[in-house]
Design a binder for this molecule. Structure first.
Ligand code: FES
Length: 168
């Protein structure tokens, strides 16, 4: 009888040790998983979290844009939000005002993002999707757009017009 009791007591002592090793192995597996996951998550999330300053780019000489008129300015930029850093093309509607200031509008309608076109006869930006219309200053005059056309920051340097392109 005493032998049996000793054997039973020995098995009882192994249970906490086994539990301890199971927990230890699970913790080590978790640490190894984290060691692989953290760099991967950083690689994926870093471009998304970077502040997008937008780069300045030349879109033409000042005289390329007739005074008191609106002209299309096409430009290329590198999209740093994609991992491949693709080169893309976009355009702005540019208006040179009588006071010499240059205003550059984003072509994206503020309703649902269709590209607006400039109608020189009516002097309005027109959206082909749902009939949105904007005046020459980009203010909404008809249709569903909730706010004026967005504007790029602009400046003139050495007779060239530059816009600050932000990738959204
Ligand atoms: S997207 Fe321009 S009016 Fe709807």
């Amino acid at each position: 009888m005493p032998v049996e009791n000793k054997a039973i007591r020995h098995e009882d002592e192994d249970v906490p040790r086994r539990t301890f090793f199971k927990i230890l192995i699970a913790a080590l597996n978790g640490l190894i998983g984290l060691a692989f996951a953290i760099p991967g998550a950083g690689y994926i999330l870093t471009p998304l979290l970077q502040k997008r300053e937008g780069s300045w780019m030349e879109i033409g000489r000042v005289n390329d844009f007739p005074e008191e008129n609106v002209a299309k300015a096409v430009f290329r930029y590198v999209d740093t939000t994609s991992y491949a850093h693709e080169e893309k093309q976009n355009f702005a509607w540019v208006r040179r005002q009588a006071d010499g200031q240059v205003v550059a509008f984003s072509p994206k309608c503020t309703h649902m993002g269709c590209n607006v076109s400039w109608n020189a006869v009516t002097a309005q930006f027109e959206c082909p999707c749902h009939g949105g219309r904007y005046d020459a200053q980009g203010n909404v005059i008809a249709g569903p757009p909730p706010r004026p056309l967005e504007r790029y920051a602009t400046k003139i340097e050495n007779d060239f017009v530059l816009i600050q392109h932000r990738v959204s």
